[in-house]
Design a protein around this ligand. Sequence first.
Ligand SMILES: [Zn+2]
Length: 137
Amino acid sequence: MDGGLPSWCWDEEAARRKLEDIVWADGMACPHCGEKERLHRMRGRSHRSGLWKCNACRQQFTATVGTPFHGSHMRLDKWFLAIHLLYIREPGASIRDVERWLGVTYKTAWNVAQRLKLEVDVPDHDLDEIVRQLCGL
Ligand SMILES: [Zn+2]
């Protein structure tokens, strides 16, 4: 892996900010109730970075809610690295390649590749949009 990769491929914070830019390109809104104004960032060590709270419905959220990455145990920058590699660098990559790039188990690599590349019969417009924005397509 050379050093020419965008920071959102290896920096979790950069990846999160990138996803926020994409998901909230038209302005931020609570994914639970649609509130646009009364939102504030949760701060402090006890909170995951990127966590927001809606003062209208009192629920918490991050930019990953409603995206294919929500609920994933894999770090967001690894997802973005996988996208970058599979869509830009190595479209013909194997599961073994993904496993090696990401430093994950074969099973995880298989799931990632399945999600990103193989399920082309199931249109995922949210994922399409994120891939398009990330890769500048
Ligand atoms: Zn809300």
